[in-house]
Design a protein around this ligand. Structure first.
Ligand code: ATP
Ligand code: MG
Length: 323
């Protein structure tokens, strides 16, 4: 078995791609570039004299933080997800799979072009109504896919995420000094690390996240996974997908719209527009937990807000959880 590291020099990459017949015999790589921001995996745009495409390779660790282990099978989850959701309605909103090499943990994807992710909504403090409608619609389509027992449980990725969503942000001594993120943030975080009633709700929902479910989730349905290119909207990066409960994706989505806009009404709007069954209270609790973990946990967002704005968001989050 030849082992290819896709950040290898171009002649070797070209040779590997030709061996696999992912390049035709005349085709030459002209350059390789980074298509956008990412931490977990190696993602490259390969430009040839005929076209461009994307290569995504997982490693047994987080690419940006190699000391953190991460399950290498996440790339297979991503491939499974794209295959499971593909149909006429979803097709226009996900990249085509052009190839997959399981031995090399490598996915060969259609280049969606010069996209921008919707992380810009934190700065704009708003989301265009059309994008919101389409995001709710696409999520409903994903959730209605019948995957039964044939989808990977992705348990190791969930365990990793579980630590970062439900455990570490609520630990008194988690090794993160929040004043390094923003002065005053450490003090704001204390009431969330000492509140027994709140923590018991967080524990309960954390256990639910780790339990098997029946609905195919994207698993990371937030602005970093939403891309726009001209008039097109794409959903990418489903490496946290698993069969779970719909309110997880819905709550996470609502959390990010509430953080971007400061408006809690997005929770009801998403709930009302969503074409499927969803428990609004559970959705609300997931949303509250996601807001808290993004503000006082390790996985910080490019969310430029002063301390008073963060205090208000945390207060909203508490209400979303405790009612
Ligand atoms: N098919 C594609 N077409 C065009 N650009 C893409 C495509 N796939 C990924 N990108 C770009 O590359 C970036 C990184 O991709 P992706 O989010 O899949 O990687 P990741 O390593 O899983 O990132 P993260 O650490 O955020 O989980 C994306 O934000 C996007 O800008
Ligand atoms: Mg990712």
């Amino acid at each position: 078995m030849t082992t290819i590291d896709i950040s290898t020099p171009l002649p070797e990459l070209q040779e590997y791609l030709r061996e696999r017949e992912w390049l035709n015999s005349q085709e030459k790589i002209t350059s390789v570039e980074k298509p956008g921001e990412g931490n977990m995996n190696v993602v490259l745009r390969v430009v040839t004299d005929q076209r461009s495409f994307i290569l995504k390779q997982s490693r047994p660790y987080v690419q940006k933080y190699p000391e953190i282990e991460a399950p290498v099978e996440r790339i297979a989850v991503e491939k499974n997800f794209y295959q499971a959701v593909r149909d006429n309605a979803v097709n226009a909103h996900i990249p085509n799979i052009l190839g997959y090499d399981s031995a090399e943990n490598l996915l060969f994807l259609e280049d969606l072009g010069l996209c921008e992710d919707l992380v810009s909504i934190y700065r704009q403090r708003a989301i265009p109504a059309r994008e919101l409608d389409r995001l709710i619609f696409i999520l409903g389509l994903i959730h209605r896919k019948n995957v039964k027992d044939d989808f990977p449980d992705n348990l190791e990725m969930r365990q990793l995420n579980h630590q970062h969503i439900f455990v570490l942000p609520f630990l008194d001594d988690n090794g993160l000094d929040l004043d390094d993120v923003q002065p005053g943030l450490q003090k704001l975080s204390v009431p969330f690390k000492t509140d027994v009633a709140l923590k018991s709700v967080v524990d309960r929902i954390g256990k639910k996240y780790l339990s098997p479910g029946t609905i195919l989730l994207h698993g990371d349905y937030y602005p970093g996974s939403w891309m726009t290119e001209a008039d097109n909207l794409y959903v990418i990066d489903p490496e946290f997908a698993f069969p779970g409960f719909a309110e997880f994706d819905l709550g996470v989505m609502a959390a990010h719209l509430i953080m971007a806009t400061g408006k809690k009404r997005y929770l009801s709007q998403i709930h009302d527009r969503y074409q499927g069954e969803a428990d609004k209270k559970l959705m609300s609790q997931v949303a509250g937990i996601e807001i808290i973990r993004r503000l006082i946990g390790l996985a910080q967002l490019p969310l430029e807000r002063d301390i008073d704005e963060k205090r208000k968001l945390l207060k909203k989050a508490r209400r979303l959880i405790m009612g």
